[in-house]
Ligand binder design. Structure first.
Ligand code: NAP
Ligand code: GDP
Length: 314
């Protein structure tokens, strides 16, 4: 029998990356359904149940979440915790009730302990408090791993999760209040070029991050759904050697957008200094996987924003 794959949060940055990957490697026995919040408010168990009743999925990729950058998290820790706990409870419970054969959910490297040794690996998710800036989001995401193990133990469910690093690409959220650093900088550079003004980068520019292009993450998540059978999470990241500073990122975006004047506002928060993740587990499974070079991915992302300025989330 074929697979009917429901993707919650299918209209967001990662969902569009998965759609791109699934279309590039089509399988006859797979039907993909990409959902937005307009199809169902997943904070409601009743609505979620109706959705599962209607689609009867055999497989689920669960992306839907309240998502935001550092400054959005700093303002709304209570909402990040509550909304994500509700969404995850509805989705995992319905996956059990409707006997979904496999569920892949999405964690993040920003949920790891703040005080830790580096590099971080999959065994360290629960080893101490997360960074104080996003503890609401981080604890709700950590509970997904707890739920995966509990559902496996009590009901034998095949539930697992992936841990991506910072993500960027087409269809990102470019809203300057809520967004992550790359979409924010692309949008700021667009405005600066239009208005002939300088670009303000928040913080010192020294924090370090690993970034994955949404199209690469899409390919890896499709692989996870098809091939990965562990309950334990798997980090989906570029290597440690590809970590870059925020200053370097700002320079790449500025170059691509044709902007020269960058200023750093050190009164704004830096967030976690680094969260360097080790992708050795991924490399054991997929030693030859090729990530898109950072500058190429940035070129495509900037071009997407310029070409789709009117319809982009901003
Ligand atoms: P995104 O672009 O903001 O997309 C969020 C998706 O979730 C959208 O499709 C949205 O629907 C849907 N959604 C939000 N609230 C919902 C609700 N109450 N009911 C139903 N659907 C709802 O986010 P993303 O960056 O693709 O994130 C996807 C996953 O990756 C999340 O689990 C996130 O935690 C994780 N992640 C993201 C990053 C990153 O850097 N972005 C890094 C690590 C992990 P609408 O389109 O209708 O609003
Ligand atoms: P994080 O990786 O969870 O901290 O999330 P972000 O992507 O929001 O931020 C990463 C880093 O970029 C932090 O050090 C921010 O201070 C820095 N940053 C610089 N300019 C901006 C901006 O305009 N928006 C955001 N969100 N972060 C910025």
């Amino acid at each position: 029998m074929g697979k009917k794959i429901l993707v919650t949060g299918g209209t967001g940055l990662v969902g569009r990356g998965i759609e791109f990957a699934a279309l590039s490697d089509k399988r006859e026995d797979e039907e993909w359904i990409f959902l937005s919040s307009k199809d169902c408010n997943l904070t409601s168990m009743d609505e979620t149940r109706k959705l599962f009743e209607m689609h009867k999925p055999t497989h689920v990729i669960h992306l839907a979440a309240m998502v935001g950058g550092l400054f959005s998290n700093l303002r709304q820790n209570a909402e990040f915790f509550r909304v994500n706990m509700l969404i995850n409870d509805s989705v995992l419970n319905c996956c059990r009730e409707f006997k979904v054969e496999k569920l892949v959910s999405c964690l993040s490297t920003c949920i790891f302990p703040d005080k830790t040794t580096y590099p971080i690996d999959e065994t360290m998710v629960h080893n101490g408090p997360p960074h104080s800036s996003n503890f609401g989001y981080a604890y709700a995401k950590r509970m997904l791993d707890v739920q995966n193990h509990a559902y496996r133990q009590q009901y034998g469910c095949q539930f697992t999760s992936v841990i991506p690093t910072n993500i960027f690409g087409p269809h990102d959220n470019f809203n300057l209040e809520d967004s992550h650093v790359i979409p924010a900088l692309i949008h700021k550079c667009y405005n600066a070029k239009r208005d002939g003004t300088a670009v303000t980068v928040f913080g010192s520019g020294t924090p370090l991050r690993q970034f994955i292009y949404s199209h690469d993450l899409g390919r890896l998540m499709v692989w996870t759904l098809r091939e990965y059978t562990e309950t334990e999470p798997i980090i989906l990241s570029v290597g440690e050697e590809d970590e870059v500073s925020i200053k370097q990122v700002a320079e790449v975006v500025a170059k691509e957008m044709g902007v020269e004047n960058l200023q750093f506002d050190t009164t704004k928060a830096d967030g976690q200094f680094k969260k360097t993740a080790n992708n050795a587990k991924l490399r054991q499974y997929l030693p030859d996987f090729q990530f898109t070079p950072f500058e190429q991915a940035m070129k495509e992302s900037c071009a997407w924003f310029v070409e789709n300025y009117e319809k982009a989330r901003k």
